[in-house]
Design a protein around this ligand. Structure first.
Ligand SMILES: [Zn+2]
Length: 241
């Protein structure tokens, strides 16, 4: 865990933005799906995406759609409590979107991805652990961060199919730490932003940083197995969470 945690959104004054039209949100969500699929961050039908439209509604991907091949009918209207406002089934993890919008009034877009790095890296972690990220230039992709010389903790939550239970468990952690993203063990990442561009930047940065952490652990493990032979260069050691 970081010795001094970094609360990304601490102190940011909130002003309600202009409402976003549903049709515009649908196009932004489809574009995000295409982009994340190209980056191999949308395998099978994994992930879910949303945009807050106003103080009562969001556009969110339906359950079971491939995010790299979305069409307009696969994004639906729901209220901010997760109730569908049309005859479609929203993502199974809609309550996590509701929680993030409730806790962070400045957030208007949320992306959730499944990836190799987030799955492998969290396999030996537990609920309540954090992944501590420091000394990475990529940390500057997070809102409010302007130097590599900072430590950002990403909370880790145990996976479950009971999303209401996970949401209740995550609520006190997210309201206290205010991280830029969180990780679900052996599952994936949630990231968010003031708009879809910022949410995509946070997700891409987090995925890259977790890949770095995973590679560092692999190097350290192979070093340990070889009894310290083949020492890596200095810049490849010492950053593991
Ligand atoms: Zn998921």
């Amino acid at each position: 865990m970081c010795r001094f945690g970094f609360a990304i959104f601490a102190g940011i004054a909130y002003k309600w933005p202009m409402a976003i039209a549903f049709e515009h949100a649908v196009q932004d969500i489809i574009k995000a799906g295409n982009r994340l699929d190209r980056l191999q961050l949308a395998p099978a039908t994994s992930g879910n995406y949303s945009i807050r439209l106003n103080d009562q509604e969001m556009a969110i991907t339906v359950s079971g759609a491939h995010k790299g091949q979305l069409d307009g009918d696969q994004v639906m209207l729901a209220d901010l409590s997760g109730r569908p406002l049309e005859d479609k089934k929203p993502s199974a993890e809609t309550l996590l979107h509701c929680l993030i919008y409730e806790l962070y009034p400045h957030v208007n877009a949320i992306l959730h991805t499944h990836s190799v790095a987030s799955t492998v890296l969290t396999r030996s972690l537990h609920d309540g652990d954090v992944i501590a990220l420091s000394d990475y230039e990529m940390l500057k992709a997070y809102p409010g961060v302007n130097t590599h010389d900072v430590c950002v903790d990403l909370p880790v939550f145990e996976n479950t199919q009971d999303i209401a239970e996970m949401s209740a468990r995550a609520k006190p952690v997210l309201s206290g730490q205010k991280p830029p993203a969180f990780v679900i063990r052996c599952h994936g990442i949630y990231g968010w932003g003031v708009d879809m561009d910022e949410a995509a930047r946070v997700i891409e940065a987090t995925e890259m940083l977790l890949s770095c952490e995973m590679n560092i652990k692999q190097i350290q493990n192979s070093q340990n197995q070889s009894g310290g032979k083949n020492e890596p260069s200095d810049h490849l050691s010492g950053h593991a969470a």
